[in-house]
Design a protein around this ligand. Sequence first.
Ligand code: GRF
Length: 235
Amino acid sequence: MTTTPRRLAVFASGGGSNLQAILDYLDALGPAAPADVVLVASNRASAPALDRVRPLGIATEFIAQPADGAALLALLDRHEVNLIALAGYLKFIPAEVTQRWRGAIINIHPALLPRFGGPGMYGSAVHRAVIAAGDRESGATVHFVDDQYDRGAVIARVRVPVACGESAEQLAERVLAAEHALYPRALHAVAAGWISLDGDGQAVITDRSALNTQIPASAFPIEFLPAVFGRSSSQ
Ligand code: GRF
């Protein structure tokens, strides 16, 4: 790929294992990487995600007032960011940011959206709810971020079967492993421009051939635009 890599900011509130998966994936792609992580930002000054990248010389920022959209926009401008990945970021992104950054903010959620999403649905609460509902299948979903929690257009997902009698912690661990395969690949598709958000708020595949041939294989079957795939017999 010869286009300029996107300048990616990752927002994380916690441990940052998805951040690490993104860093490792982009690193492995070398000069073909569609993005560089230029900033890691957190609403928690002590977030381990920030500690992960300090030795790498990647800029870090503490977001003191996550609801202050103007401050967030200024921060993104300062670092000349042009793509944002939320990776376990627990604060709402203000509407003025999601509107200005339409189609350029993505998030990962540890369930098959639209099930088990929305306010309060994070961390182990998600996996407890899946088990309590008796679902036989969970998974992870990457979606564009709009002005509602976990409601933006779905980019890609991985399904993870729920094992009989397993605990929320066990399910969380297996879903997290799937996330580490899913998130970097979904990010790749968006950063390279092979999937984008259209004017109607739908995710669309703009280069199916690149998507099929240039994203490294994964041990987890990744479904891009699952609703489209569900309708199509050719996939
Ligand atoms: C992940 O389960 C992600 O889906 C959710 O928050 C968790 C973050 O984990 N949004 P980590 O900080 O990447 O380890």
